[in-house]
Write a new protein. Sequence first.
Length: 134
Amino acid sequence: MVSLVGLIACATGPQLPPNLAGQSAIVLGFTTSSAMPYEGGTLYTGFTLDTLDGTAITPLSRYEYLLVAPGVHQLEGTCYWRLRGNLRFEDDILERGSLVLTTQPDVVYTIQSDIDEYKNQCRLNVVERAISAH
């Protein structure tokens, strides 16, 4: 069973349930380089997850999470580079990104992305954090 939960953005990230009940949580976290000034605007980079195990899902973006059964999962999505400024609004969508992730019960997996300034490489990283089962 897979469930998607949308959350309001806040500085501390998503508010996960206190007990994952044996499931795993996949969270899209901050980009490893957060929004930064760039050429008179603000540059946002990141990753949007839209396919889980070969099936399209409602796109998952920063501050949202997905509960999944423990096991091997194929995550796919799109890396993005967005420049927002007074006179410039550029949306450059990069190539598809994918990651195979083996999840364990009661563990949160935060997916982070890092995109270089030339917009030609997106790296996905995973940070794991166990949640004690109550």
